[in-house]
Design a protein around this ligand. Structure first.
Ligand code: 5GP
Length: 182
């Protein structure tokens, strides 16, 4: 199960709540982007240096990976294997490039794309994230959001608008449950 959407759309909040309510297994990705103060290694991500990431790439430890905003992000095979071994739904919160790779590998993957109610709301939410990013990065994220949304239309069969958080969470859970066991 893949969940994607522009940064600032509320994907992580939705995903966390979906995991809490359904017991789905959330795959912890590896990344080379710097860790923010609020983040913990092994919780939000496995934080790796570029060298460490490339070494694991050569060792074929990733199911998929992509470069997003100049940093590597990737899904570790062992994360997904662990979920499947426990008979659980593996949830991957990844970008559209990664989603495309997963869809190719698993044509039955359930693909969910979270959309903001509108572009202005998205810009406002991005500003309030408090990650202390510079203006250029913030602007690049907004531009990337439009590109990513257009791309998602090709590979994602479920679109959820995050206008009302509770409603968005329920829609995602409904999608998961209606696809369970397929
Ligand atoms: P952030 O730095 O805001 O946590 O994530 C930036 C982007 O990278 C988001 O769109 C997020 O979904 C994506 N991302 C996170 N983990 C992975 C991953 O393992 N693979 C891919 N392809 N993208 C990821």
């Amino acid at each position: 199960m893949v969940i994607s959407g522009p940064s600032g759309v509320g994907k992580s909040t939705i995903t966390k709540e979906v995991v809490r309510r359904t017991g789905a297994f959330l795959s912890v990705s590896a990344t080379t982007r710097p860790r923010s103060e609020k983040e913990e290694d092994g919780k939000e991500y496995w934080f790796l240096t570029r060298d460490e990431f490339e070494q694991r790439l050569r060792g074929e430890e990733f199911l998929e990976y992509a470069e997003v905003f100049g940093h590597y992000y990737g899904t570790l095979r062992k994360e997904v294997d662990r979920a499947l071994a426990e008979g659980k739904t593996a949830l991957l919160e990844i970008d559209v490039q990664g989603g495309r790779q997963i869809r190719r590998m698993y044509p039955k993957a359930v693909m969910i794309f979270i959309l903001p109610p509108d572009q202005t709301t998205l810009a406002g939410r991005m500003k309030n994230r408090g990650r202390g990013e510079d203006e250029t990065t913030a602007r690049r994220r907004l531009e990337e959001a439009s590109r990513e949304t257009a791309e998602a239309m090709k590979y994602y069969n479920n679109m959820v608008i995050n206008d009302n958080l509770e409603q968005a969470i329920r829609e995602v859970i409904d999608i998961i449950q209606s696809n369970a066991g397929e």
